[in-house]
Design a protein around this ligand. Structure first.
Ligand code: AMP
Length: 394
């Protein structure tokens, strides 16, 4: 068993909490605060136990100097301050004398938020490549490291693996809870167990398909990734998304698991991806060359329903259509409607699927919405998760 924040005496200690504040921000406005809210339990616990709290997180990808303005953590500091009703000391740098001085002057219950850890990526990708010196430097700023960033638990970064390699470590409540909830899907899930996969790419889901196909009774496939499977099955897919190099994998899966993999039988198409575009309902074999398949059709929803109604466990990753545009959101919405009516243990994982759950207001009606996309898939694939493995055992 891994140590958690509860296994440490936090009083007067400098506690570094690696959070996942990777939230959608547009022009300085946070579009979805779910991940910030999910981090509050751990922060409040550290406050109650008189820690000196140092918060770290990444946000977006930093490739140029201009990205820094777009992805500063300043709006996160304001949001945290509002939720915790407390001043957050925001330090607009990731290393240096200003940060060190602020930490030196901390009193119990003070909270410092350090600027976006990925600012260090401009400097030879030090954060994302887990630069040894950077991990050591950040670790030197604290006494205890708590990893509460589930979204990056499958990554080897300086701000998770790097710090945890140097000082005593434990898990935060969010990571602990995510693992508990996802474990129900890997350790003897209640049957029937159906997995729904969507999103744009087959390549992101190969591991999870390979690993879960033996445990699950059915895998329902929609979204952009369904078209590579449909092409592999011999259907014309017009101008829909297709990963040509993945066709052999899809063929192999369809041959081996014809009774488990369920593909769409009809789709909604259009010639352009935009609002108010003319749409068509097409059965397989009817898709014209210039048409793009952008949602599952109503008959597919009926078919998928049959595989979901009596399920005891459901895991869903990836929207079933281009749900950001209303005309292609129906399939995703209808499947939410169906799964919330079942008695199954329902877990929705992945950034986009979680976003769809929030957009259509289903987030409180499923058993669990995971805060991690790639992380949840990696956990279900039973891959080694470096930033979890490194955490001290009890
Ligand atoms: P992913 O990041 O691979 O999970 O993909 C999520 C994205 O896939 C969402 O932004 C959806 O809009 C998009 N998507 C879903 N269905 C389709 C489709 N049929 N064609 C193109 N994109 C799609």
């Amino acid at each position: 068993m891994k140590k958690t924040i509860k296994d440490y005496d936090l009083g007067g200690k400098k506690v570094i909490i690696r959070c996942d504040f990777n939230v959608p921000v547009q022009n300085g406005i946070i579009k979805d605060e779910s991940r910030i809210k999910a981090s509050l339990k751990t922060i409040r616990y550290a406050l109650k136990n008189n820690a000196k709290i140092i918060l770290m997180s990444h946000l977006g990808r930093i490739k140029t100097e201009e990205d820094k303005q777009k992805y500063t953590l300043k709006p996160i500091a304001e949001s945290l301050s509002k939720h915790l009703r407390k001043k957050i000391i925001f330090i607009d740098e990731t290393h240096g004398p200003k940060l060190e001085k602020a930490i030196k002057n901390m009193k119990e219950k003070d909270i410092i938020l350090i600027e976006n850890t990925r600012f260090e990526d401009l400097n030879g990708k030090k954060e994302s490549n887990n630069d040894k010196n950077l991990g050591q430097y950040w670790a030197s700023l604290g006494d205890i490291f708590i990893n509460d960033a589930f979204g990056t638990i499958h990554r080897s970064h300086a701000s998770n693996l790097g710090i945890a390699s140097n000082i005593p470590s434990g898990l935060g409540f969010l990571v602990e809870s995510e693992i508990k909830k996802l474990t129900k899907l890997t350790k003897n899930p209640k049957k029937p167990y159906t997995i729904i996969l969507g999103g744009s790419k087959v390549s992101d889901k190969i591991g999870v398909i390979n690993n879960l196909i033996t445990q699950a009774d059915y895998i329902l496939i929609g979204g952009g990734m369904a078209f590579t499977f449909l092409k592999a099955a011999g259907f014309g897919i017009g101008s829909s998304l297709c990963e040509k190099e993945k066709i052999p994998f899809c063929k192999e899966m369809l041959d081996k698991y014809s009774d488990k993999i369920i593909l769409p039988i009809d789709v909604i198409t259009a010639t352009e991806i935009k609002e108010n575009v003319q749409t068509n309902e097409r059965f397989l074999g009817e898709i014209a060359e210039e048409e793009i398949g952008l949602d599952i059709g109503p008959k597919t929803v009926e078919v998928f329903k049959q595989y979901l109604d009596d399920c005891k466990t459901i895991f869903w990753n990836g929207p079933l259509g281009y749900f950001e545009i209303k005309a292609f959101s129906n399939g995703t919405k209808k499947i939410f409607d169906i799964i919330v009516q079942t008695k199954a243990y329902t877990v929705v994982g992945g950034g986009d699927t979680a976003r769809a759950a929030v957009t259509f207001n289903y987030q409180d009606k499923v058993s669990h919405v995971s805060t991690g996309g790639g992380a949840a898939l990696a956990y279900l694939e039973e891959k080694e998760l470096p930033a979890l493995s490194i955490i001290n055992e009890k």
